[in-house]
Each structure stands twice: as structure tokens, then as C-alpha cells.
Design a protein around this ligand. Sequence first.
Ligand code: HEC
Ligand code: HEC
Ligand code: HEC
Ligand code: HEC
Length: 451
Amino acid sequence: MLAQGEAAGRWLGRIAMLVLLLAGGAAAAAGSHDRALHQGVATCAGSTCHGRQEATGPRVRQNEVMTWSDPASLTGVHSRAWKVLLEPRAQGIGKRLGLANVSTNPECINCHGDPAPVRGPKWQQSDGVGCEACHGGSANWLASHASVKANHADNLARGMWAMDNPAVRAGVCLDCHFGSDKPGQFVFHRIMAAGHPRVAFELDLFTSLQSHHDEDADYRARKTVAGGVKTWAVGQAMAVERALGLLPAATIGLAGPDYYFYDCRSCHRTFSDDPATPLVARSNAWRPIPPGQPVWNDEQMIMLVAAARVAAPDLARSLESQSRAFHAALGGDRAGALKAAAALKATAGSLAKRFAAARFDRAQGFALIEAVLVGNAPAYTDYQGGAQAVMAADTLLNALVAAGQVDRAAALALRPDLDRAYALARDANRWDAPAFRAALGQIASRARALK
Ligand code: HEC
Ligand code: HEC
Ligand code: HEC
Ligand code: HEC
């Protein structure tokens, strides 16, 4: 009895700590939000500024507001991010969680809107994820950045965020597209169980889906073009680092890490007592864990191993052994799991820096495709890793084309194969690992022919 009471006490204690660290209104964490004044999309939308109807600007397109708010395209998704909270799906989530109003609740609006703590008179919640949620509060650069003498370095010095830098960009996107320790930026499993969609992300692909800029000669003269391969690699490393960094805070008592961190399918699978349809654990040498242990969502860890093997071979071995040790440690005590997480997080951090400083050439681009599609094949036992692999194949091929390293028409011939792999990764309930591996193998062999 005593032991049980003690356990319940610890449980409650941890939940309290969790609320303090991650839920809305935590004063200590709020400081990490952008302190600069956010003035709202309306201040960007002037007809001589970013509010033109066509891309006519001599430098930037100047129709960014139109692209950002396009109702018919994914480029407009951020302008709709708050409005979706008024729709039945979001309202249903709120009802199940007992939240009075999701469209004003910090647990939702800090990702479904610009989480700026300091707001000007034209700032509007209904703008959703506005310009300053990604480019930083404009208080100190709004006037100067539009002047003839403006340049990128000056803008950055005044507080604009360096979104052309993949590490900076990854940090900004991951806050909402994975989670952060800032108030209201974490999709706890209870939010998922109430109806929130699974959050998937890949930095380079998602950048292109919402893009409103051209990386033309003028852009290159003003800014750094990292290229898709580097952006992909940095994004993978930082996603791994981010998840592991949040683990200590989002660990709930005896239940361990919040279920959000795990591969959803490791728990949400069909099950039968009928001996005629035996269901047994899948074995996967990349994560040596006993049958029945929930699986840490390793979709980005798998990609990171491929990236390290190609671009940082000296770190690849420790990455692989640390990630295996981490999976295993999650079945043990809290201290051991956190220690293993810290070691793996440090390596992911080193890899992010290495990739950011690296120059990925054509040969490495092809080597990465091979590593992801073929070298990693044994790791694709589960849906989420597979979904990340298709995005990687798409992104890496596009990167080679964008860098002029592969002929566009030749690459287009791979589209049907990519589409087949996407189709096989569409429905988690119909996940078929062997068919999926075969589809990846097909892409790989065609990609080899492009060399
Ligand atoms: C950590 C950031 C984060 C938090 C917190 C969050 N969301 Fe989301 N939400 C997202 C992202 C990112 C997506 C898009 C997921 C995707 O497609 O990959 C999304 C998608 C959705 C969708 C589907 C939208 C559509 O277009 O179909 C709904 C509904 C939703 N969220 C409601 C909520 C509600 C209600 C809350 C609060 C209880 C909430 N969200 C909290 C980030 C967040
Ligand atoms: C979801 C994040 C996000 C939002 C929201 C966003 N941007 Fe961007 N923006 C980016 C990224 C990423 C780039 C490309 C990297 C870069 O050049 O900074 C970019 C680039 C730009 C550029 C640079 C083009 C160039 O040639 O240098 C302009 C101008 C711009 N955005 C304006 C806006 C405006 C205006 C809004 C609001 C209507 C907005 N952005 C909203 C992420 C965002
Ligand atoms: C302040 C939070 C926030 C930030 C920062 C943010 N996003 Fe989003 N993003 C969202 C939300 C919320 C949604 C879902 C909106 C919806 O479905 O209506 C979303 C949706 C998207 C989608 C559409 C995804 C889908 O499956 O439909 C893309 C692509 C995307 N974001 C890219 C990016 C990129 C790239 C960055 C960084 C440059 C970024 N976002 C930064 C909150 C954010
Ligand atoms: C460690 C096991 C575990 C993991 C991992 C897990 N869940 Fe759950 N999930 C549960 C349990 C337990 C319930 C509650 C079932 C009930 O209420 O009957 C649940 C409930 C749900 C529900 C409500 C519907 C239902 O089936 O009961 C949804 C939706 C859901 N989870 C989504 C997710 C998503 C998305 C992920 C991955 C981000 C995920 N879960 C990861 C254990 C898990």
C-alpha cells in the first residue's frame, strides 16, 4: 500500500512539474519567446511592399502576402492556421479535452498563431502564423529593411531572423512542427487522443511547400543558398536533437515519456487472440528492445544515420551505437534513459553543426539517396520511418535537380516510382514493409542510372 501511495505522489509531482515547464502561462519559459514587438501582417501588406498582386519586385517578389494567404494552395496554410480552430475538428478536440475555447487557448494558439508576447495595434490573432512568426518581430527593422540602403546583414543585426540559414530555419519550424519548451508548444498525446493529427515534418520539403521566394541570381547575391541536401541533413539532425532535449520535461511519472515521442503504431496496432492470426513483435536490429516495449519514434534518427554515414563517417559509428543504447535504455530507469538521451543529443548537435558547415557535392547527393533507400532498408519495419524515407527520396532528388546536378527531364522519369512509394506510405493501417522496401529499391536503381 505504502509503495502505491508513494508512487501516486511521485506521479502527481511530475505532472505538476510538467505543467510548469510546458503548459500555457509558464513565466520562466516565456522569456525564450521573441521579445521584439510584432506589428502584424497588415504592416507588411502595403501595395508597394509585400502586398502586390503579381511577383514584380526587382529583388523580392513583393506578392508574398498573396502567396501566404492563397486559399487554394498549401502556400496559404499558415494564414489558415488559426481559422482551423473554429472548425468542427478543432472544436471537437476542445470538447474532449474540456477546453472552454480552443481558438483562445494558449495550448492551441501558440502554434496555430503567432506566439508573439508583444503585439502592436495591427497584430491580429486571426492572421494565424503571420510573417513575423517566421521572420521575427519587426519592431527594429520594419522601417530600415525597405530602404534603398538595406542589406541582409543590417536587417539581421536589427533582429530579423536569418531564415536563409538552415539551422535557424529548422529551429523556427520545429517549434510548431515538433514542439518546444516554450508555453503551449507541445502536442501531448492527450491532444492527439482527442483528435489532433499526427505531426509530420521534413525541413526541406516543407519549406518548398510553403515557399514564397525565388533563389535566383539576385537572391544569391544577397543571401546564402544552403541547397536542399544540406537543408534536409541539418533538419534531420536538429529534429533528433529537439526531441531528445524535450524528453526530460515531457516525462510523466511512471508512464515515462509522453506517448507523443513514440512511434504511434507501436501501440496503435490491430491485435487478435486468434492463434490463426498470430501477431508478434517486429524485430529490428537498429533498436534492440524486448517485445512489447513502446518504440521511440526513430524516423529522423534513421535519416540521421544515413546522413552521418555519407557526410560525417567518423561520427556515424558512435551515432549508431548511441541510438541503439538509447532505445534499450528507454526500457530501464529514468536516470539511465536521460543519460543515454543526453549522449545521443550531443552527437546529433555535433552532426547539425558539421552538416551546416559542409558542402554537399553531387556525389554525396547520390550517396545519400543510396544510403536512405538501400542502406537504411532494414530500419523500415514501421510506417513512420517509411513516410520519412519517401519525403527524403523526393527532397534529395529535387535538390540534385535544383542544383543543376541532374537533368530535370531525366529526374521526372522517376516520378511514377516516387508516387508509388508515396501511395504505399499513405495509409498507416495498410503498412506493408516488404512492398515498401521494394518500391524504395526501384527508386534507387533508377536514381543510379541518373549518375
Ligand atoms: C506544437 C504545435 C501545435 C500545438 C500545441 C497544437 N497544434 Fe494543431 N497542428 C499543428 C501542426 C503543425 C498541424 C499540421 C499537422 C500536419 O499536417 O503535419 C496541426 C494541425 C491541426 C489540425 C488539422 C488542421 C487541418 O487543416 O485539418 C487541427 C484541427 C488542430 N491542429 C487543432 C489543434 C488544437 C485544437 C490544439 C489545441 C488543443 C492544437 N491544434 C495544438 C501544431 C500544433
Ligand atoms: C512559415 C514561415 C514563414 C512565414 C509565415 C512567412 N515566411 Fe517569408 N520566408 C520564409 C522562408 C523559409 C523564406 C526563405 C528563406 C529566406 O530567404 O529568408 C522566406 C523568404 C521570404 C522573403 C525573402 C525573399 C528574398 O528574395 O529574399 C520575403 C520578402 C518574405 N519571406 C516575406 C514574407 C511575408 C511578407 C510574410 C507574411 C505575409 C512571410 N514572409 C511569411 C518563411 C516564412
Ligand atoms: C507558429 C507556428 C508555426 C511555425 C513557426 C511554422 N508553422 Fe508550418 N504550420 C503550422 C500549423 C499550425 C500548421 C497547420 C495549419 C492547418 O492545417 O491549417 C502548419 C502547416 C504547415 C504546412 C502544411 C502541412 C500539411 O501537412 O498540410 C507546411 C508545408 C508548413 N507548415 C511548413 C512550415 C515551415 C517550412 C516552417 C518553417 C519555415 C513552418 N511551417 C513554421 C504552424 C507553424
Ligand atoms: C505507449 C502507447 C501509445 C503510443 C506510443 C501512442 N498511443 Fe495513442 N493511445 C494510447 C492509449 C493507452 C490510448 C487510450 C485508449 C483508450 O482510451 O481506450 C490512446 C488513445 C489514442 C487515440 C484515441 C483513439 C483510440 O484509439 O483510443 C488516438 C487518436 C491516439 N491515441 C493517437 C496517437 C498518436 C497520433 C500517437 C503517436 C504520436 C499515439 N497515439 C501514440 C497509447 C499510445
